[in-house]
Ligand binder design. Structure first.
Ligand code: WQD
Length: 347
């Protein structure tokens, strides 16, 4: 049974991956500073995984270990690596809001770039060279027109978040070339939705930066009204278009990437776009949510947000051909699951 290290897992995407990987009989070590999550999620994960093992006779699940530490502290990392034999790291870690990164560039570089550097040097020290990295479509050069492929030009990023991902991608490419790392670089953009158990999902404690969590807080009445950032983009209804992917589809793609990585004999740096090829505008997101919750949502249109681009969606063809996975869930599925999670949330 292989042991995987998940960095900053509780950040939503990580928790859905943890469930799937435990169900696939991997041991999981979670390394997180709990800056934006709660220990309650650990219980929810255990609950989901225990239910899966009881429902399917003969299914064994992996073990879960948790370290409440920070990647910026090398000593913390050293202890984790010295206490465990880690096969692969799945590196979700990082601050992740485009707008916030323009407000706090240094914080973003320290968390994302310095934290990653510490992790990579510890991996080399302990000869653990397999890594799946959560990168982002924000690395694509802003003048490029979607749909993006993995070969679309990158760089010249519009915000520190995107730049931090661009820098880390390049560090990992060098580590693959010069230090025999095996790297799967996954670029994704807008994961939304929640687990079908409705026990885990996205519900930031602060005012959300991202669209769907914000819409959900307006739907529950926690926030009064949504700000729509700009209706002067060159898009179907003048609002921003993004490629929203269900977080459970995203987790399944990580599992395929892990299988692909384990088949590689030599060092590798391989990039995959994990998207659906379906763009959805802000106004469409509002409309879909209204249709699902059967209520009108209050919104106001204001000026564009710093760092935003008009439209981003891409072809997932390469990932489908090589990783053998195709996103199965729609944007409406994701909104429905998010809504059910929010209504049922216990923490
Ligand atoms: C989506 C659209 C906004 C909030 C995300 C992640 C980031 C990275 C890149 C993976 C835009 C509009 C939003 C609101 C709005 N992902 N909007 N009102 O900016 O695409 O960034 O993708 O690496 O981690 O944050 O996502 O959800 O913030 O915005 O009108 O209150 O919704 O302008 O057009 P974004 P988002």
């Amino acid at each position: 049974m292989k042991t995987l290290l998940l960095t900053w897992w509780t950040w939503y995407i990580g928790s859905h991956n943890a469930v799937l990987l435990l169900e696939q009989w991997y041991n999981i070590i979670i390394f997180d500073n709990l800056s934006n999550s709660s220990r309650y999620i650990l219980k929810s994960i255990q609950q989901i995984v225990t239910a899966s093992s009881l429902n399917q006779v003969g299914i064994e699940v992996g073990e879960l270990k948790f370290y409440k530490w920070d990647l910026r502290n090398k000593n913390d990392l050293n202890i984790v690596f010295s206490e465990n034999t880690i096969d692969t790291v799945i590196h979700f870690a990082g601050l992740k809001a485009v707008w916030e990164s323009c407000e706090k560039p240094q914080e973003y570089y320290e968390n994302n770039v310095v934290g990653s550097m510490n992790l990579f040097s510890m991996m080399e020290q302990y000869n653990c060279k397999n890594i799946i990295f959560s990168s982002s479509a924000t690395v694509y050069e802003p003048t490029q027109t979607p749909p993006f492929s993995e070969n679309t030009l990158t760089g010249n990023t519009t915000n520190p978040y995107g730049t931090s991902k661009f820098i880390i991608e390049n560090i990992l490419r060098d580590l693959a070339h010069h230090k025999d790392f095996k790297v799967i670089n996954l670029r994704y953009f807008n994961p939304i939705g929640a687990h079908s158990s409705w026990l885990i999902g996205e519900d930031p404690s602060d005012i959300p930066n991202n669209l769907l969590p914000y819409i959900m807080k307006v739907a529950t009445g926690e926030l009064q009204s949504l700000w729509v950032y700009g209706n002067d983009y060159d898009t179907i209804d003048w609002t921003g278009i993004r490629d929203y992917i269900h977080v459970v589809d995203l987790a399944a793609w990580h599992l395929s990437a892990l299988n692909f990585l384990s088949q590689q004999q030599d060092s590798i740096f391989e990039t995959f776009n994990l998207w659906t090829w379906t763009g959805t505008s802000v106004m469409e997101m509002i409309q879909y949510t209204q249709d699902i919750i059967w209520e009108d949502l209050s919104y106001n249109i204001i000026s564009r947000r710093d760092g935003d681009i008009a439209s981003a969606y891409c072809s997932p063809q390469k990932a489908q051909n090589i990783l053998w996975w195709k996103a199965k869930k729609t944007v409406q599925d994701a909104i429905t699951d998010s809504w059910n999670f929010i209504k049922n949330k216990k923490y």
